[in-house]
Write a protein that binds this ligand. Sequence first.
Ligand SMILES: Cc1cc2nc3c(=O)[nH]c(=O)nc-3n(C[C@H](O)[C@H](O)[C@H](O)COP(=O)(O)OP(=O)(O)OC[C@H]3O[C@@H](n4cnc5c(N)ncnc54)[C@H](O)[C@@H]3O)c2cc1C
Length: 387
Amino acid sequence: MLHITKANCSGCSACANSCPVNCITMTSDTEGFLYPQIYKEKCVDCGVCEKACQSTNPLISTNEFEAYACVNNDENVLSQSSSGGVFTLLAVQILKLRGVVFGAAFDDSFVVRHICVENVDDLQKLRGSKYVQSDIGTAYRDAEKFLKEDRYVLFTGTPCQIDGLLHYLKKPYERLYTQDVICHGTPSPLVWDKYVSYREKKASSKVSRVSFRHKKLGWKDYSVLFDFANGTCYEQNHTKDIFFQGFLANLFLRPSCHNCFFKSINRNSDITLADFWGVEKTLPEMFDERGVSLVLVNSRKGRELLELIKEQIRYQPVDSQIALRHNPSVYRSAKPSKNRHEFFSRISGDSSIDTLIEKYTKVSLLDKLVLKFKIFVLKMLKRLRIR
Ligand SMILES: Cc1cc2nc3c(=O)[nH]c(=O)nc-3n(C[C@H](O)[C@H](O)[C@H](O)COP(=O)(O)OP(=O)(O)OC[C@H]3O[C@@H](n4cnc5c(N)ncnc54)[C@H](O)[C@@H]3O)c2cc1C
């Protein structure tokens, strides 16, 4: 029997995918996150779900990684991707081998789900970060089916999803390649759904396209963009978009993200992608205002993949300490907002989602002063250390 709590269940869905009698369904809680629900009448107590659970059987990786700064030479793909556009290049390599690529896409209602892509034209569905927890559905089972047919598979997602797949598969497959991201944490699908409805109401029209990382003003100054069926659009700098403010304030991340098992440089994936934040300071010659990826190569297969795309990127190896200096998400779980509980206790009330997020992300004057003081002290300490 599974022994999960909200603090340790990432919703990876390995239990539901592994159950031989299909007695586990992933069901939304009041915050909108999926958790396994077991139908006890159908359960045969075989223990398979327990073995597949990452919270009780962590896979420990002790790999050493190499770090690279990379920028895709294809301007079109680069401008549509969140960082340096490396994902698309990796995916194309697998498709060329008649393989398949799994990753997160919006469905017709803008729910984020893991899907499987078999041709280059469909890769645009996976391109770009969706800052919402993706529903794995039956993706692990589907990936296993392809692997058993000797097809190449690139499975992409958050570190907990890659780990969920490996727990589900239980054995290595030579034709499986995995790519994760350095992950800040995944926001609630319920909050996202309410935000989409709020935007549609404001525009009096259905959403037709969303980009969380629109680069019109550049990679660092990215905007959130919604296109609507009536031809109108909403575009706002990410620091001013209310959903993004709540995401960055850790107001509605999944509880397990605050206690993430995968905060480590020892990765279970073959290759890790991230934004190369701070590249203009640490490796100025690699800076590109349209985006730079930080690529961590974690295994032989990861090295093989990078080798295959080298002619299509501008790249430079970089010391791992320097590479991760501006990316604390690799080591540290996000600290929950102190307003998280209150925010969710009001989510099904009458207040509209923008009002709620605004109320609970507002920084008080006292907090602002404390923050300023902390920054001042840190600067002084840094100066003293330099002397
Ligand atoms: C929830 C989330 C949090 C992140 N946090 C950080 C961070 O703190 N620091 C950092 O440097 N980078 C973070 N990233 C990674 C970064 O945003 C880019 O995704 C990454 O650099 C790859 O960019 P790209 O240009 O190569 O490819 P892109 O085309 O931009 O990325 C596409 C890839 O992202 C995957 N993806 C998109 N949305 C999701 C989702 N909801 N769940 C799982 N996989 C998804 C797709 O499956 C595909 O593999 C995060 C990504 C996500 C999804």
